[in-house]
Design a protein around this ligand. Structure first.
Ligand code: PLP
Length: 393
């Protein structure tokens, strides 16, 4: 075949991608082994039935056609209403653009603001797609690690030290995947201050905003930030709609208008009947409270079961769908720990190092399983940790 573009080949550099334990566990499970999978972050339940019904009705009602490129007007209006609630900044429909998932919103934010050779600062630990999203734009990035000892809160001084003359944006994510850290107002103020002083964009990934366990603070609401913040949002987590692929980007109307041309040349708009179902789900908050309560309870159940666990320290883990356990006192090599946990206790977790150096020596536990499985998993981890010295070769 003729040569593909080098741009595509550089999105994901070859080699280890950090998912080795997960895929090995998955293969063993599919081969019939009884493996508990706490390595992946997708809901273990279906989309709320009211949303499904709204979709069926939309399909039966003939919503089978092309839609407006930035989203049908009712969808933009519903998304703007949720952005007002999420960010605390009154938001109009022309300040939002619907995208196929939060990932596409992030892609639009990066493509819309960074030219090839421009630079961004990405706070780690981070969601796995972030590096590739910058590479796809030909942009450079520097990773700034938020330390486990700080509960994975970002330090403004370290972010500022990473700026270069070509820096145009900072990317943060709160509540955070993978750490579950919910950034404090003080942390966000520190980041906002840098953005204002250096005239930078702030990409704020808030896809877990309903799962923070308390009031959600968006940096978009901080003084002078509405004009330079692009908020990545999604219905995947809050509304239990991962497979529906629907999210949106919120920002200054001028920027959003420019981003419409990306939808023109990529998706040519959002699926018509999914758009109508999404309007119903957003307007009626289908599933939002129940899902937030569910993950809040699961976090408590798991952390209660881990309490007093041998030399294991809980870091971050205030929100989102994950818990981060510091296992350095038992084994500094978290990959080794995760492989042995899989072999000894048939439990699959993600080694923290898969998400950057700051999370090395940790394991990430997904809360996407029922209470009793999480309780049992905590028991397995405690038993495994207690016997680790004797079993470790
Ligand atoms: N941002 C973070 C932090 C995520 O964890 C995810 C998905 O897991 C996304 C963005 C993308 O979400 P979506 O399913 O809406 O594309």
């Amino acid at each position: 075949m003729p040569k593909p573009s080098s741009r595509l080949a550089t999105i994901l550099p070859s080699g280890k991608d950090g998912w080795e334990v997960h895929f090995a566990a998955w293969a063993r499970k599919q081969a019939g082994e009884d493996i508990v999978m706490l390595s992946v972050g997708d809901h273990d339940f279906d989309t709320p039935k009211e949303t499904v019904e709204a979709c069926v009705e939309a399909v039966r009602g003939g919503h089978h056609h092309y839609t407006q490129l930035p989203g049908i007007p009712a969808l933009r209006a519903a998304m703007a209403k949720i952005s007002t609630r999420c960010t605390g900044v009154p938001t109009t429909p022309d300040q939002v653009i619907a995208t196929p998932g939060g990932q596409a919103a992030l892609f639009a934010a990066v493509q819309g603001t960074l030219d090839a050779g421009d630079h961004a600062v990405v706070v780690a630990p981070y969601y796995a797609t972030y590096p590739g999203t910058f590479r796809a734009a030909g942009a450079d990035f520097t990773v700034v690690e938020a330390a486990a000892e700080d509960g994975f809160q970002p330090r403004a001084s370290e972010i500022e030290r990473a700026l270069t003359p070509r820096t145009k944006a900072i990317l943060i994510n709160t509540p955070n995947n993978p750490t579950g850290a919910v950034y404090s107002r003080a942390s966000l103020e520190g980041v906002a201050d840098i953005c204002r002083r250096h005239d930078l964009w702030l990409f704020s990934d808030e896809v877990y905003w309903t799962l923070g366990g308390g009031e959600h603070v968006s940096p978009r609401a901080l003084p002078g930030m509405a004009d330079r913040t692009l908020v990545i949002n999604s219905m995947s987590k809050s509304h239990g709609m991962t497979g529906w692929r629907i999210g949106w980007l919120t920002g200054p109307a001028e920027m959003i208008t420019l981003a419409i041309s990306l939808n023109l040349v990529s998706t040519y708009g959002i699926n018509d009947f999914v758009s109508h179902a999404a309007v119903a789900a957003l307007e009626n908050d289908y599933g939002v409270e129940e899902i937030a309560e569910l993950y809040g309870r699961r976090r408590r159940v798991f952390l209660d079961a881990m309490r007093g666990g041998n030399n294991i320290i809980v870091r971050g883990s205030e929100g989102g769908m994950y818990v981060m356990l510091d296992i350095r006192a038992i084994e500094p090599d978290c990959e080794k720990f995760a492989w042995r946990l899989l072999d000894t206790e048939s439990l699959a977790v993600m080694p923290g190092v898969s998400f950057g150096d700051a999370a090395a020596g940790h394991i990430r536990i997904s809360l996407c399983q029922p209470d009793e499985i999480l309780q049992d998993a905590a028991n397995r981890i405690r038993r495994f940790a207690a016997g680790y010295g004797s079993k470790a070769a």
